[in-house]
Design a protein around this ligand. Structure first.
Ligand code: SF4
Length: 243
């Protein structure tokens, strides 16, 4: 994917600030004892911080993303474990048992079909995200992954054209500030996890959500340092997959 040509200096300063803010918040949340519900102490704040940075983008007026515009929801998504746990918590709290059962069945089917695909093969598969609604809107919009928030486009037409051409991104501009902000906040979160000796990897979205829902006490086990997610697929390009 390509991005707008901009002066990199303010973006580098923004990246540094957001990374350090998120790192400090996450570190403090993980240091609290007892380490009860650590994810809720920093995952929602990471999402809010990302939204604030995207809203403050100097190109805010050019951002074209709208509910019902869903080309990017056919692309590979990677999540950190706190993101996956937070999404699982919200789904378990807000869906009825019947709704959750149907959704878990759907997510499991998606994980089987697309979980291990490369970024390029995922785009060619043209399989919409399991959390995309029939109306083309994200059904978990308030607690969607950081990567989904940051992938902010200036052109619906170019996103649709990329999907039609089986491309994992479009040739037109994405909002560089939005993309950098989501990445920086994810990096800050991951840095604090590493410092706490917790699994800081990104995993494929469907596979990670499924594991978070199906594993009893997933958050408590992960926050004690247990290895709960490490066998899951990562999101990689074809070039990396061939290595
Ligand atoms: S989580 Fe929501 S925004 Fe992200 S790919 Fe799925 S439907 Fe789209």
């Amino acid at each position: 994917m390509s991005r707008v040509s901009v002066d990199a200096t303010p973006i580098l300063a923004l990246i540094h600030r957001l990374t350090e803010e998120q790192r400090a918040d996450t570190r403090a949340a993980l240091a609290a004892r007892p380490r009860a519900l650590p994810v809720l102490n920093f995952a929602p704040a990471a999402a809010a911080r990302t939204d604030a940075a995207i809203d403050a983008s100097p190109d805010r007026a050019r951002q074209a993303c709208r509910a019902g515009c869903s080309a990017c929801c056919h692309l590979a998504v990677a999540v950190t474990i706190p993101e996956a746990l937070w999404i699982a918590m919200r789904l378990q709290a807000e869906r009825t048992a019947k709704q959750l059962h149907a959704l878990v069945t759907r997510i499991a089917e998606h994980a089987r079909r697309v979980g291990a695909l490369t970024i390029e093969a995922r785009a060619r598969a043209r399989v919409p995200c399991a959390l995309l609604g029939d109306d083309g809107a994200c059904t978990i919009h308030p607690f969607r992954p950081l990567g989904c928030r940051g992938y902010t486009s200036f052109s619906k037409e170019l996103c649709d054209a990329a999907l039609a051409a089986d491309q994992p991104g479009h040739d037109g501009p994405l909002d560089a500030v939005a993309w950098a902000a989501a990445g920086a906040i994810g990096d800050g979160l991951k840095a604090a996890l590493r410092e706490a000796d917790l699994d800081d990897q990104h995993y494929e979205f469907h596979s990670a959500i499924l594991r978070a829902i199906e594993t009893p006490d997933a958050e408590a086990r992960w926050s004690r340092g247990e290895d709960v997610f490490s066998d899951l697929p990562r999101v990689v390009s074809e070039r990396l997959a061939r290595r």
